[in-house]
Design a protein around this ligand. Structure first.
Ligand SMILES: CC(=O)N[C@H]1[C@@H](OP(=O)(O)OP(=O)(O)OC[C@H]2O[C@@H](n3ccc(=O)[nH]c3=O)[C@H](O)[C@@H]2O)O[C@H](CO)[C@@H](O)[C@@H]1O[C@H](C)C(=O)N[C@@H](C)C(=O)N[C@H](CCC(=O)O)C(=O)O
Ligand SMILES: Nc1ncnc2c1ncn2[C@@H]1O[C@H](COP(=O)(O)OP(=O)(O)OP(=O)(O)O)[C@@H](O)[C@H]1O
Length: 551
C-alpha cells in the first residue's frame, strides 16, 4: 500500500520542531512583507494535502490552479500561516490564517525553508548529480562508495528517498524545496553524514534546490531531452549550469566528453570556483584533470584506470554492464576525490570492498549470470541500442535475446524505430507489451513488429522476430530460448512495478518475472532486495562471467 500525501510527508520531517516567528522570516528574507500578528511556524509545505500542524503553507501560483485556493484545506490540516503572492493573498483572505506576501514565491521558498529547518552546509555533506543520462546510477555508486568509506548515507532521486530506516518511493526526481530542507534536517538528526542526490533540470528551473549548499556537484552529459520545458538546448544547458554556480556548489566534477561539459567546466573555472574535469570517452579531452584509460572486461562490467594530476592512478571496476557505467563510475570516484578524500584510502576501499558493484534498481540490473539476465530501463530507440550493445557477449557463440514493448498513449512514431533498432542489434527480438495505458496492446505490438520485420527484410538481417504477450509470458519465452552463453535483456520498465492496462493497474516487476523464469528453467539467480539489493560481490560476479564484452 502506498503512503498518502500526509504519511509520506511525515516520513521526511525531522522529529524536532523549532518555532520560527513570522517576523524572523520577513526580517531574514527582504522580499517578504509581513505586518500581521505575532505567530510562529514549525515546518514548511507547499501542498495542502500534506500539511502538518504548525506548517507555513506556501501557496504557489501553479500551471493549473493557484495554491491559495486550498488555503482553507491547509488551515483545516493545522497550517499556522500562509506564504503567497498578491493574487494568493486575496484568495486566502477568508482562511483566517496570517499571510506573508511576496511577488515571486518560488524564489524565496528555499531560503524560508532553510531558515525554518536550520539547514547547515556541512550536515549531511551533499553530493549532487545532474545531466541527461546516468544521474540515478551515479548517485547509487556515490552512495555505495560513501558507505564503504564509513559514512552513514542518505539518497534522494527518481527511485527512492532514503533518509532513515525505511526507503520511500519517490514522486519527483528532485523534491520541492520545503521537502529537501526537511530531509536535510531529518538526515542530520539521524546521524546521516553524507547524501547523494539527483538534481533534475526541472528542479533547477523551479528553484527547488535553492538554499542548499552542495559539497560536490557532478555533471554526466547533455543530450536532447526535455525541450518541452526548456525550449532550446541552450536553455536546457543554462538550467543545468545553475547547479554549478560557485555559491551553490563548493566543488564540481564535470565530465567533458561532450561540448556542453567542456563549456560548463570553462564557465565554472572562469568564476574561480574549484573544478575538476573528467574525460571518460576514448580520445575525449586528453588534457582533462582525470582521464579514464585501460578499459577491459571485468565480469559483466569493466575494470579501468583513472589517471589524475601529479601521476595519481586509481584502479577502478564496476560489475554493471555498459561502457556508460564506466563513465558513471568514474564520475562518482572523482566526486569523492573532489570532496577531499585521501587517495590511498579511496584505492584501498575500491580494491577491497568493490563498492561500484552494486545493484541500481532497474538500471543494468543483473539478475542472473548464466545465462546473463539483465533488466534495464532503456525505453527509447537510442537507449535500447546502447543497452543491447552493452550486454552483447564477447565470444561468437553468445546471442542477445531482447524483450521489450512500446508504451501506449505516447509518441507512436518511436514504435517501428525501436523495432528496427532491436532487429539490427539483437539476435532474437521478443516483442511484448510495456504500459499500453488506454490503447489496444495488440495494435502497439503490431507497430513495433512491423518496424522490426521491415528492417529484417530491407537490410537482410538475421534476427528472429517473435511476438509474445503478456509480458511475463514473453520473459519466460526468452529464458526458455536462452543457452547458458546467451544474454537475456528485458528492456523498458526498469524498476517499475505497476503496469497500466486500460485504466487498471496490474502488479508487474520485470526483475521478479525474470527471476521466476530463470528458476523455473533450472538456472540460478542472484540475490537482491526489491529496492536496493544487498547482493554480495561474489554472487554478483556469478559463476562464469567470462566471455562478456563491452559495447
Ligand atoms: C511541470 C511541473 O513541474 N509541475 C510542478 C508544479 O505543478 P503545477 O504548477 O501544475 O501545480 P498545480 O497543479 O497548478 O497546483 C498549484 C499548487 O497548488 C498546490 N495544490 C494543488 C492541489 C491541492 O489539492 N492542494 C495543493 O496545495 C500544488 O502543490 C501546487 O503548489 O508544481 C507542483 C508543486 O510544486 C509540482 O509538484 C509539479 O511537478 C509535477 C508533479 C511534475 O510532474 N513535475 C515533473 C515534470 C518534474 O519536475 N520532473 C523532474 C524530473 C524530470 C526528468 O528528469 O525526467 C523531477 O525532478 O521530478
Ligand atoms: N552515462 C550514461 N550515458 C548514457 N546513457 C546512460 C548513462 N547511464 C545510464 N544510461 C542509460 O540510461 C538509462 C537511465 O539511467 P539512469 O537512470 O542512471 O539515468 P538518469 O539520468 O537518472 O535517467 P532517468 O531520470 O531517466 O532515470 C539506463 O537504463 C541506461 O540504459
Amino acid at each position: 500500500m502506498g503512503l498518502n500525501h500526509q504519511e509520506a510527508e511525515r516520513e521526511f520531517r525531522p522529529a524536532r520542531h523549532d518555532r520560527v516567528q513570522l517576523e524572523e522570516i520577513s526580517a531574514a528574507v527582504d522580499e517578504i512583507d509581513y505586518a500581521g500578528p505575532a505567530a510562529a511556524v514549525t515546518g514548511v509545505c507547499l501542498d495542502s494535502r500534506a500539511v502538518q500542524p504548525g506548517d507555513l503553507y506556501v501557496a504557489l501560483p501553479g500551471a493549473r490552479v493557484h495554491g491559495a485556493r486550498f488555503a482553507a484545506a491547509a488551515a483545516a490540516a493545522g497550517a499556522a500561516a500562509i506564504l503567497t503572492d498578491d493574487e494568493g493573498a486575496s484568495l486566502a483572505a477568508g482562511s483566517g490564517l496570517p499571510v506573508l506576501s511576496t511577488t515571486a514565491v518560488r524564489s524565496v521558498i528555499g531560503r524560508v525553508a532553510s531558515l525554518v529547518y536550520g539547514t547547515r552546509a556541512d550536515a549531511p555533506a551533499l553530493f549532487g548529480v545532474t545531466g541527461t543520462n546516468g544521474k540515478t546510477t551515479t548517485t547509487y555508486f556515490l552512495r555505495s562508495l560513501l558507505r564503504a568509506l564509513g559514512h552513514e548515507t542518505g539518497l534522494i532521486g527518481t527511485i527512492e528517498i532514503v533518509a532513515g530506516a525505511t526507503p520511500v518511493p519517490s514522486v519527483l526526481t528532485t523534491p520541492e524545496a520545503p521537502q529537501l530542507h526537511a530531509l536535510m534536517a531529518r538526515m542530520r538528526e539521524g546521524g546521516i553524514t553524507a547524501a547523494a542526490m539527483e538534481v533534475s533540470s526541472h528542479s533547477l528551473d523551479y528553484q527547488r534546490v535553492a538554499g542548499l549548499a552542495f559539497q560536490v556537484s557532478g555533471f554526466t552529459n547533455l543530450t536532447q531531452d526535455h525541450l518541452d520545458l526548456h525550449g532550446t538546448m541552450e536553455d536546457y544547458f543554462a538550467s543545468k549550469a545553475g547547479l554549478f554556480a560557485a555559491e551553490t556548489s563548493r566543488s564540481a566534477v564535470v565530465t567533458v566528453d561532450d561540448e556542453w561539459g567542456t563549456r560548463l567546466a570553462a564557465e565554472r573555472r572562469a568564476s574561480g570556483a574549484a573544478t575538476l574535469t573528467l574525460a571518460t570517452a576514448a580520445g575525449a579531452a586528453p588534457d582533462a584533470d582525470w582521464v579514464v584509460s585501460s578499459i577491459r572486461p571485468h565480469g559483466l562490467g569493466h575494470a579501468f584506470e583513472l589517471h589524475g594530476p601529479r601521476g595519481a592512478v586509481l584502479q577502478v571496476s564496476t560489475g554493471l554492464p555498459g561502457l556508460f557505467n564506466v563513465s558513471n563510475a568514474a564520475l562518482a570516484v572523482v566526486m569523492i576525490v573532489a570532496s577531499g578524500a585521501d587517495l590511498g584510502t579511496l584505492q584501498q576501499t575500491l580494491s577491497t570492498l568493490d563498492p561500484l558493484t552494486v545493484e541500481v534498481p532497474g538500471r543494468m540490473q543483473v539478475i542472473g549470470t548464466r545465462p546473463a539476465a539483465v533488466v534495464d530501463f532503456a525505453h527509447n530507440a537510442d537507449a535500447l541500442e546502447r543497452a543491447i550493445d552493452a550486454v552483447r557477449p564477447a565470444d561468437t557463440g553468445g546471442r542477445v535475446i531482447v524483450v521489450f514493448g512500446a508504451t501506449g498513449d505516447r509518441d507512436a512514431t518511436k514504435r517501428p524505430v525501436m523495432g528496427a533498432v532491436a532487429a539490427r542489434h539483437a539476435d532474437v527480438v521478443v516483442v511484448t507489451d510495456d504500459d499500453p495505458h488506454g490503447e489496444d496492446a495488440a495494435g502497439i505490438r503490431a507497430a513495433v513488429l512491423e518496424g522490426a520485420r521491415a528492417a529484417v527484410r530491407a537490410e537482410n538481417l538475421a534476427a528472429d522476430v517473435v511476438e509474445s504477450a503478456p509480458r511475463a509470458r514473453a520473459i519466460e519465452h526468452a529464458v526458455q530460448l536462452a543457452r547458458p552463453q546467451d544474454t537475456v535483456l528485458i528492456a523498458g520498465r526498469g524498476h517499475e512495478t505497476i503496469q497500466e492496462v486500460q485504466g487498471v493497474d496490474h502488479a508487474l516487476d520485470d526483475r521478479v518475472e525474470l527471476r521466476r523464469a530463470l528458476l523455473a528453467a533450472g538456472h540460478s539467480v542472484l540475490g537482491g532486495a526489491p529496492i536496493e539489493g544487498s547482493t554480495t560481490r561474489d554472487e554478483f560476479r556469478g559463476p562464469d562471467p567470462e566471455g562478456v564484452k563491452s559495447s
